[in-house]
Design a protein around this ligand. Structure first.
Ligand SMILES: [Mg+2]
Length: 120
């Protein structure tokens, strides 16, 4: 990788880090304003991810992939999908925060492991 590409990649990684950090801050702020930290245990947050995933699955239930892609033309359907994806992501970030795991670093590390495990 040449210097220009390296700096571009570094720039995008820094932008992403800031975004994930900012999102996590907003989630923590929302949680703490409602005094919900006591409910945000690793088990409860893991279950919440699974529950929100089930809500996402429900939007795909009995549909073929083609039907799902066609239905994306419906703003309502796309909004529903968007909401469920956001719910999953919110609980994932909340879980990462409570466990003290930097999700950005974890993803980068896991991608590196996957590259070694599944070479081109
Ligand atoms: Mg939901």
């Amino acid at each position: 990788m040449d210097r220009k590409n390296y700096l571009t990649l570094l720039f995008f990684i820094l932008i992403k880090l800031t975004t994930i950090e900012e999102l996590t801050k907003k989630i923590v702020e929302f949680r703490d304003e409602r005094d919900w930290k006591k409910y945000h245990t690793p088990k409860n947050l893991s279950l919440s991810i699974a529950i929100e995933l089930a809500e996402l699955f429900e939007l795909f239930q009995w549909k073929t992939d083609e039907e799902i892609f066609n239905e994306l033309a419906s703003e309502q359907y796309k909004n529903n999908l968007s909401d469920e994806l956001a719910d999953v992501a919110i609980y994932l970030l909340a879980l990462s925060e409570i466990l003290g795991i930097n999700l950005e670093e974890a993803i980068i590390n896991k991608l590196q492991k996957n590259k070694k495990k599944y070479p081109k």
